[in-house]
Write a protein that binds this ligand. Structure first.
Ligand SMILES: [Zn+2]
Length: 290
């Protein structure tokens, strides 16, 4: 499932590649993935893309007038491609873009002079594909209230939000006494962390996933904050190097513990424990997490 680091890199890349271009074509190849009417989809054509952003585990496309919000869920992925390139299988939606006079000014510096960046006179496409068809594309025409499940007031601040200071973290975490893995994955606490990065953060913080927050000493609450920030920032740096130009691929092989059951812990050498519960994997080290 794409999480904060994955979607940050995709949003930065798509913003740099596409902002300032006008939508030329909008096709729902798998109409069930799209929440909105065919007329609303057609109305995207002719609108200029002003920004691509991430919020929690959602990707947001801001247009002149309307907006598009994508919740990729488990397997939704974004491909940036030339329109002549073959569509990947299970493509759900394709947006084709015009050429542009120039790119936006507010780009992430790592995208400058990137070899994969479409030329301004190119006409690139975004293909959104989703093999399990669990993700959703929400069309948000101006003036239409279409709620997006999970995006809104009940969502906590992004886990990498500069406004989420240590003091804010200490305050927010008091409301959540339960197990640490569930806490980190709870989007009402902080947004953007899922199954993989919760394991990574807990390993970095040397805390066990099934430990209760109510059992933590104050230094451990602070360690969890520090681990959250460094783990996400480090992952974003790695993904900026490793993901382009195949934005549809999920790169996870560099993680320390998640999905590495049976391998040696990179910190202490103990065999990594893997537990399957509720349909997902939890990986941790009994040697150095407590
Ligand atoms: Zn270990």
């Amino acid at each position: 499932m794409p999480e904060l680091p994955d979607l940050t890199v995709v949003a930065e890349a798509l913003h740099a590649a596409l902002a300032g271009r006008t939508i030329r074509t909008a096709n729902a190849v798998a109409p069930l993935a799209v929440r909105g009417t065919p007329a609303e989809l057609d109305a995207l054509v002719g609108q200029r893309l002003t920004a691509v952003r991430r919020r929690g585990k959602f990707l947001l496309l801001d247009l002149d007038r309307d907006a598009v919000v994508v919740n990729p869920m488990l397997t939704g992925r974004f491909q940036l491609a030339d329109p002549t390139a073959k569509h990947p299988s299970k493509t759900a939606m394709v947006l084709g873009f015009s050429s542009r006079a120039r790119g936006p000014r507010d780009v992430a510096s790592w995208t400058s002079a990137a070899s994969w960046m479409p030329a301004n006179d190119a006409t690139p496409e975004i293909r959104y594909r989703d093999p399990t068809q669990m993700g959703k594309v929400y069309l948000q025409p101006a003036g239409v209230e279409r709620p997006v499940a999970g995006l809104g007031d009940d969502q906590g601040p992004d886990a990498d939000d500069p406004a989420l200071t240590l003091d804010v973290w200490r305050e927010r975490i008091r409301r959540h006494p339960g197990e640490l893995k569930n806490l980190l994955r709870n989007q009402a606490f902080v947004a953007g962390i899922g199954n993989a990065y919760s394991d990574e953060i807990l390993h970095a913080a040397k805390l066990l996933p099934f430990r209760k927050r109510s059992s933590l000493a104050s230094e451990e609450v602070d360690a969890l904050y520090a681990a959250t920030r460094t783990t996400l920032a480090t992952a974003i740096d790695v993904l900026r190097e490793r993901v382009p130009p195949t934005f549809e691929k999920q790169v996870r092989d560099f993680l320390a513990v998640h999905d590495k059951g049976g391998q040696a812990c990179p910190r202490c050498g103990t065999k990594i424990t893997e537990v399957r519960a509720g349909g997902f994997i939890t990986s941790y080290c009994r040697g150095c997490q407590r």
